[in-house]
Design a protein around this ligand. Structure first.
Ligand SMILES: NC(=O)c1ccc[n+]([C@@H]2O[C@H](COP(=O)([O-])OP(=O)(O)OC[C@H]3O[C@@H](n4cnc5c(N)ncnc54)[C@H](O)[C@@H]3O)[C@@H](O)[C@H]2O)c1
Length: 254
């Protein structure tokens, strides 16, 4: 049996109720000027304002960009990077659902290397590490906080496009389930279905010949021992919780 496995992940992944309160200390380790990418709805949320407050209390200067639109249109990502250039951020923080996290990835990419999002479409086109990126998901389905992909919508091509590179994996991800409790039941259900689909896709993906260097040549390397482990665990947890989750009432520690 071939026990080939690989793990690409954030340098630090925090998971657990209340872990969002670690943001200030984490951000202060990575930079002094934080660009926070979110959407208009979340920008008014008390939890979001408290995250910003943590960074300010830790001594960071903060700029908020709440312009994320659903499915992160290419043009808005380019405009967002342009608008932030004068602020000269040295760390980007994405807070929100998959759209905000993908937008944050693309903005960090453009602030680091310049150009247009279109220059990086496809696999392994990103030339090197992007500036430090912190991902804080508020939905529990896309997995964008750990993936090497930014999914954008391109109106000119009438389709969704992907920028895929291990360099887009966030430096730190903070997954605090309490941030998802404000989701309406339909969003919780859709996100859960998204997570289940990802897990099944991962487990049923092709198994490739693990030639040396495969993880340097390909972004998507097929199933392996590590991805099987996480996929089966995810399917088991979703089996236990997906039906009940949308009905959960907001109930949390402060
Ligand atoms: N990068 C990846 O690996 C990857 C994988 C799968 C999907 N995606 C992308 O993710 C996007 C979808 O993300 P999504 O399903 O998280 O939705 P979303 O980010 O588009 O958000 C949908 C709506 O939910 C709201 N919302 C988010 N969190 C909330 C909360 N806690 N409480 C109340 N409302 C909240 C948002 O404000 C928004 O109005 C798509 O663009 C898809 O292409 C990316």
């Amino acid at each position: 049996m071939n026990l080939f496995a690989t793990l690409r992940a954030p340098r630090e992944l925090l998971f657990g109720a209340g872990q969002r309160h670690a943001l200030g200390a984490i951000a202060a380790r990575l930079g002094r000027r934080a660009l926070v990418v979110t959407d208009a709805r979340l920008a008014e949320d008390a939890d979001f304002l408290s995250l910003v407050g943590q960074m300010e209390a830790a001594g960071l200067k903060v700029m908020i960009d709440s312009s994320t639109l659903p499915d992160a249109p290419v043009n808005s990502a380019a405009a967002s990077a342009e608008a932030a250039r004068g602020f000269a951020p040295d760390v980007v923080v994405g807070v929100g659902g998959g759209s905000c996290l993908d937008m944050a990835k693309c903005v960090a990419l453009l602030l680091t290397f310049g150009g247009r999002p279109q220059d990086y479409y496809g696999e392994n086109v990103v030339p090197g590490p992007v500036m430090p990126l912190i991902a804080i998901p508020t939905t529990a389905g896309t997995g964008s906080e750990v993936t090497p992909v930014a999914v954008l919508s391109d109106a000119e091509r009438s389709l969704k496009v992907g920028i895929s590179s291990p360099y887009l994996i966030p430096t730190v991800s903070i997954c605090d389930p309490e941030l998802t409790l404000s989701c309406p039941p339909s969003l919780t259900a859709i996100a859960g279905a998204d997570a289940l689909t990802h897990a099944i896709e991962a487990f049923t993906a092709i198994r490739r010949d693990p030639v040396p260097g495969i993880s340097q040549q390909r972004v998507f390397i097929g199933k392996n021992e590590m991805s099987d482990h996480f996929a089966l665990r995810a399917i088991a947890l979703l089996w236990q919780g997906l039906e009940a989750a949308p009905g959960r009432r907001r109930c949390r520690r402060t």
